[in-house]
Ligand binder design. Structure first.
Ligand code: PLP
Length: 373
């Protein structure tokens, strides 16, 4: 039996759609540069297929979270600029240099470490500076920036090629925090020598021209999540998740379904058991709240989600469609990752990054690339 025939669930990733999303964002903010945030394996969708396609489309700057992600990415996009958001831990500076990774320096300690390394080593890459404007997570505060600019030799030695900050409320265009952070970013970056600036991720790119500076760092929007949640999604959908029906059974009152016997059958009907559960990233919180689609017809989750299985009420679906072997759409044209997140009580980012390792994965690579599995 082939892998595909044996597979119990399918995760299809439209790499062409990711590339189309990147092109759309790049056109939106031109002449500013659109980088690509590919941390966490491209939000769980497969950096080995996505990053080379983005580089081929002209994307030249990539952001990852960790050195290990940077090293993996270096082999995939040999010519690109790779920024590592976490910056170096003491002693890890040579790993950055060996793989030409640009550290995002998030504290005076990281700056001092990088400066000492750059002074002794001849081939240290340039660095980026992270200024905190209100996240209180990573980056220099105003007082620390003042201390840095008072030491021009340190600042020069790290060869800064980008100063960046990060918005806390970019998904809410009404939030006054956006304008506050913008004003602070302008004021802080003015204390530095002239260099390229970057403030916005996906959401900030839609807040208007003043938020775009020289570079934006979209992640979520590339992968089809909605960067402007109160408006229709301008991005193309990237992900499709389908689970296979293992069994269909007739049920009647007073039977119950699943763990905890939490779902009581009220009348005659049919239940389909699908081979996807919370171990696959189909959240347990979708119990009684989630939906699937069979040939475009909505079917509700009944009972609790198990580790490997989910039960759907298919009483309203013709038996010819809801049969063992048929596929139930869990994420796709009828329900986006954002929709599933809303039902599960989380955000699309978590839905994508939680997608499990058991799905049979397929990457659609466009007219020339075909399909990778
Ligand atoms: C993750 C991340 C991004 C990308 O954010 P999205 O909302 O996914 O576009 C950009 N910048 C920083 C600093 C990040 O941590």
């Amino acid at each position: 039996m082939t892998d595909t025939a044996r597979a119990l669930s399918f995760l299809t990733i439209d790499v062409d759609a990711v590339v189309a999303n990147w092109r759309r964002l790049a056109a939106l903010i031109a002449p500013a540069e659109a980088a690509a945030v590919v941390k966490a394996d491209c939000y769980g969708l497969g950096v080995e297929h996505i990053a080379p396609a983005l580089a081929a489309a002209g994307c030249n700057s990539f952001f990852v979270a960790t050195v290990d992600e940077g090293i993996q990415l270096r082999h995939l996009v040999p010519g690109a600029v790779i920024y590592v958001l976490g910056g170096p831990l003491p002693g890890s500076e040579p790993d950055f240099a060996a793989h030409r990774l640009v550290p995002v320096l998030n504290s005076l300690a990281q700056i001092t470490g990088w400066s000492s390394f750059a002074k002794v080593g001849s081939a240290a890459p340039a660095a980026a500076l992270h200024l905190d404007t209100g996240m209180n997570r990573l980056g220099l505060e105003e007082k620390e920036l003042e201390r840095l600019v008072a030491k021009p030799d340190v600042l020069t030695s790290i060869r800064p090629i980008l100063a960046m900050s990060h918005l806390a409320c970019a998904d809410d265009a009404e939030s006054p925090k956006n304008a506050e952070q913008l004003a602070l970013f302008r004021r802080l970056s003015a204390m530095l020598p002239a260099m390229p600036l970057s403030l916005s991720a996906s959401g900030g790119m839609f807040l208007g021209r003043s938020y775009r500076f020289d570079m934006a760092r979209p992640g979520a929007a590339l992968y089809g999540l909605n960067p402007i949640p109160d408006q229709p999604n301008p991005m193309s959908q990237v992900v499709r998740l389908q689970g296979k029906i293992l069994q269909v059974r007739d049920v009647d009152s007073p039977m119950t379904v699943g763990y905890g016997a939490s779902h009581r059958i009220a009348r005659r009907g049919r239940i389909a058991t699908v081979a996807t559960g919370y171990a696959d990233g189909w959240f347990r919180s979708l119990g009684k709240r989630g939906f699937g689609f069979i040939e475009g017809i909505k079917v509700p989750v009944v009972g609790r989600i198990s580790m490997d299985l989910t039960t759907f009420d298919v009483s309203e679906i013709p038996e010819t469609l809801a049969r063992p072997g048929a596929l139930v759409e869990l994420i796709g044209p009828h329900q986006s990752a954002d929709d599933v997140a809303l039902a599960a009580g989380t955000i699309g980012y978590e839905v994508l990054t939680a997608l499990g390792r058991r799905h049979h994965r397929r990457w659609l690579l466009g007219a020339r690339g075909g399909v990778a599995e």
